[in-house]
Design a protein around this ligand. Structure first.
Ligand code: ADP
Length: 382
């Protein structure tokens, strides 16, 4: 099997000309973040922001030029119009890139420039966690459904580019349409508008992107999706508190962040790292949710505090951050969330759905001010 090498990919891309500049896209220094893994190729094409909307044919041409190479299994090219927002360029970026951006940009990019509001979207909150597996996405979905049950128009943006979970959690499959050929229509279920990398890239495509490509994908999901009028958008951030999360938090105009933690992580200070991360980027922390807080036996109803329950409440008090509530470890939550039937939508009478609605009411109040609830919580008993 002939190896797919960087050289061969770049040679193929040299056949693609920028129609407006009359030279090939490699010589123009437009290719960055080239990644090759087992025949799967990804790269970004850097363009000036104002040219972005017209260059879709160029992006396609670049993909096709690489696709025809022997042993190439998949090609993902993204247009990057906003590379200046990245805090530091990845080491593998061609040095030429700085020379072609919008003329004489600042030497040190201003990360805040990406934080412009999204037209029609009133407020955006992130759901974050210090590490994976603590129930961040489950919380994001049920919180979003809590907002919806409280009468708000809600969108959910799955910013976990590498491990998107919204298609599964919300039971949505298929690809988003683009009725006007410019913006994508978000997918919808349970009254939520949703966008996720999982709708755009087939599940078996390995997520091998990094740096500018991830940022470009995030910006596209944020700004090139027809979100319409939303009262609130919930952003499910990737787990962890590293540079990638920090940059993402900088790239989205966040009104605040909710941190999800299990009792044992609190002890391991993961949640504190989360707090620090948002403080660094000036995003207010709206509060901490303790997930898998205690175990309620489905057979006998007995409650066991298997993880030293209550740690998050104490830690929140200690850190001066609001404790937004606790959600027990319960099979019903796991099964519904893993089956695409989130409990707040499918069993509104469950005590857990009530917890999420109350949490949503409190978060809404915190981001919009007291008395801002449009309608009282709608409790439906079936
Ligand atoms: P993260 O986004 O932090 O990686 P997920 O939301 O994907 O975590 O949750 C990880 C797993 O834990 C999933 O299988 C989910 O259904 C389950 N889970 C999350 N919260 C609870 C809970 N309160 N009770 C039971 N299972 C839960």
């Amino acid at each position: 099997m002939a190896e797919v090498t960087e050289q061969r990919v770049l040679d193929a891309l040299r056949q693609v000309r920028d129609p407006e500049k009359g030279a090939d896209i490699v010589s123009l220094g437009m290719i960055s973040g080239l990644v090759i893994r087992d025949g799967n190729v990804g790269f970004a094409i850097e363009v000036e922001p104002e040219r972005g909307p017209r260059l879709e044919p160029l992006r396609k041409a670049a993909e096709q030029a690489v696709e025809i190479l022997p042993d190439v299994l998949s090609v993902t090219a993204v247009l990057t119009a906003e590379t200046k927002a990245a805090p530091r360029p990845p080491a593998d970026r061609p040095a030429a890139h700085a020379a072609h951006g919008p003329a004489a940009g600042p030497a040190r990019p201003n990360p805040m420039q990406q934080r412009g509001a999204i037209p029609g979207v009133r407020t955006i909150v992130a759901v974050a966690s210090g590490k994976g597996g603590v129930g961040k996405s489950t919380t994001a979905v049920n919180l979003a459904l809590g907002f919806h049950a409280n009468g708000l128009k809600v969108g959910i943006l799955d910013a976990d580019i590498y491990g998107p979970s919204m298609p599964r959690m919300l039971g949505i499959s298929g690809r988003p349409a683009s009725p006007d050929g410019k913006k994508l229509a978000p997918m919808q279920n349970y009254g939520l508008k949703v966008m996720s990398m999982g709708f755009l890239v087939p599940e078996d495509t390995p997520m091998i992107w990094r740096g500018p490509m991830v940022m470009s994908a995030l910006q596209q999901m944020l700004r090139e999706v027809d979100w319409g009028e939303l009262d609130i958008m919930v952003v499910d951030l990737p787990p962890g508190t590293g540079d990638a999360q920090l940059t993402m938090a900088q790239q989205v105009p966040l009104a605040g962040a909710v941190i999800v933690s299990t009792p044992q992580d609190i002890a391991l200070i993961d949640a504190r790292k989360g707090l620090n991360m948002f403080t660094k980027v000036d995003v207010p922390v709206l509060g901490i949710v303790e997930n898998m807080s205690y175990f309620l036996c489905p057979h006998c109803g007995e409650r066991s505090d298997i993880f030293n329950h209550g740690g998050a409440r104490r830690e929140a008090e200690h850190l001066g951050v609001e404790f937004l509530g606790e959600v027990p470890l319960d099979m019903a939550i796991r099964e519904t969330s893993d089956d695409g039937r989130p409990i707040t939508a499918t069993d509104p009478a469950s005590p857990y759905s009530r917890i999420y609605r109350e949490m949503a009411a409190r978060v809404w109040e915190k981001v919009t001010g007291p008395g801002a609830m449009p309608t009282p919580p709608r409790i439906v008993v079936e």
